[in-house]
Design a protein around this ligand. Structure first.
Ligand code: HEC
Length: 174
């Protein structure tokens, strides 16, 4: 039973984080997308991939609310950023702190996703190298790969079962 509660918590936390990112995505598309991408290079403003790690959250909230106020107050990083971008003005947003936090959660999630896809490209390239190296029998390489795939499949399946158990366990509670 304890374990059930643990899994319910895991699922609840994951769902909450995901909801924040979902809400953040909406705001991002409304207020930021015209000027910023997350991975894929700069638009009007810099690429925001990984920007949640570059500054602390409190600074980002102030910047996103009103970058010009920070610049006028003489904040060193803000002034530098402004000058490096040819003094292009990022407009103020009417967003609440919670909404900005949701956008930051979405930026964090989207940054990781673009990292994950480049990692999978690397895996594919590594696979190609393994298959090209004549010292390794391609048949053995293939069977190793299918072994890895099966292991991953089993892990994913187990995780799904755990989620299902937590979910239905939750519904059966009074
Ligand atoms: C009209 C275009 C525009 C819009 C809309 C816009 N930005 Fe910006 N943003 C910029 C520019 C230009 C900069 C570079 C700094 C400057 O010139 O003031 C910037 C800089 C930033 C930075 C610092 C990036 C770094 O690498 O240091 C963050 C974070 C940021 N914007 C987040 C956002 C978010 C979040 C939104 C949506 C709520 C948003 N911006 C909407 C133009 C925009």
């Amino acid at each position: 039973m304890r374990q059930g509660i643990f899994w319910m918590l895991v699922v609840a936390v994951a769902m909450a984080a995901n909801n924040a990112a979902e809400e953040g995505k909406k705001h991002f598309e409304t207020y930021c997308k015209a000027c910023h991408r997350i991975g894929g290079g700069r638009l009007v403003g810099p690429d925001l991939k990984g920007v949640h790690k570059k500054y602390e959250e409190a600074w980002l909230i102030k910047w996103i609310k009103s970058s010009q106020s920070l610049i006028k107050a003489g904040d060193e990083r803000a002034v530098k950023l402004f000058e490096e971008n040819n003094k292009a003005v990022m407009p103020d947003t009417p967003l609440e702190e919670e909404q900005i936090k949701a956008i930051l959660a979405y930026i964090a999630q989207a940054s990781e996703q673009s990292q994950a896809s480049s990692a999978s490209v690397q895996t594919t390239q590594a696979t190609a190298v393994v298959q090209e190296e004549s010292s390794i029998d391609p048949a053995i390489a293939r069977s190793m790969l299918s072994g890895i795939k099966i292991t991953l499949g089993v892990l994913l399946f187990t995780a799904l079962i755990a989620v299902a158990v937590a979910y239905f366990g939750l519904r059966q509670l009074p």
